[in-house]
Design a protein around this ligand. Structure first.
Ligand SMILES: [Zn+2]
Ligand SMILES: [Zn+2]
Length: 237
């Protein structure tokens, strides 16, 4: 009885579910009328796009050359594509997806990613959340973006990765500790063997989490792993 009541009166979930299917009538950033689009043309044009960037890690480089770091120490990811820089006001849109789960946001991000994909992968895989985070949020924002992107690219979305253990939230750790925190955090499933896969996530910060996921996929026999992320955090400095 009390369990059923808890489900029925979980207002936050009802609110979120309502948001998932609402069609936007106004720009999500400035509230100007723009039926059928998440943001109006002016706000869209002002979103923080990435300048030319390293094809391996998506950090800005002159002319899009491979950066010094990736030249010295080639990363596990064959390529990283980011649609935006992680900055205001894009962070607000990502936050809305993460905490409200609105499907219109996932579709907006997926179409921005679809526009920059040049080589279609064999499979898409969403970066999994930790079990506790997934329970608490009820959905995985990377999965929502990946689902919309799979439809746009006509590429199968598979469950190719699992979290082997919960890790401390990366955001709570200094950059230097993040690689150690996520080492061995993922396992890949046999479906990735012999395939070129793209791992979808919302934000890439240091890249340590995606590197750990790529490492698991390559160990499981993936031919090549790339990352498709909505936004890239530019390093402090
Ligand atoms: Zn607007
Ligand atoms: Zn690089």
């Amino acid at each position: 009885m009390s369990n059923r009541l808890a489900v029925i009166f979980d207002k936050s979930k009802l609110w979120r579910d309502a948001g998932r299917f609402a069609l936007p009538q106004h720009c999500a950033l400035c509230a100007a009328a723009c039926a059928g689009h998440l943001v109006c043309a002016a706000c869209d044009a002002a979103l923080p796009r990435l300048p030319t960037a390293c094809p391996r890690c998506a950090l800005p480089t002159p002319g899009g050359a491979v950066c010094g770091h990736c030249t010295m120490r080639p990363p596990r990811l064959a390529a990283t594509l980011a649609a935006f820089a992680y900055a205001y006001p894009l962070d607000r849109l990502l936050h809305a997806l993460k905490y409200r789960g609105a499907v219109a946001y996932a579709e907006f991000f997926a179409s921005a990613l679809a526009a920059i994909v040049t080589r279609t992968p064999d499979l898409l895989v969403a970066l999994p959340l930790s079990a506790s985070r997934q329970r608490e949020r009820g959905f995985n924002q990377a999965q929502e973006i990946a689902r919309a992107l799979a439809a746009a690219l006509r590429v199968p979305l598979v469950q190719g990765l699992v979290r082997r253990r919960d890790t401390a939230a990366q955001a709570a750790l200094p950059w230097a500790q993040r690689r150690r925190n996520v080492r061995g955090a993922f396992a890949a499933l046999p479906v990735v063997a012999g395939r070129r896969i793209a791992i979808v996530d919302d934000v890439m910060t240091t890249g340590a989490t995606l590197a750990a996921a790529a490492d698991a996929a390559l160990r499981a026999g993936a031919l090549e792993v790339e990352a498709l992320v909505v936004a890239r955090t530019l390093p402090p400095s």
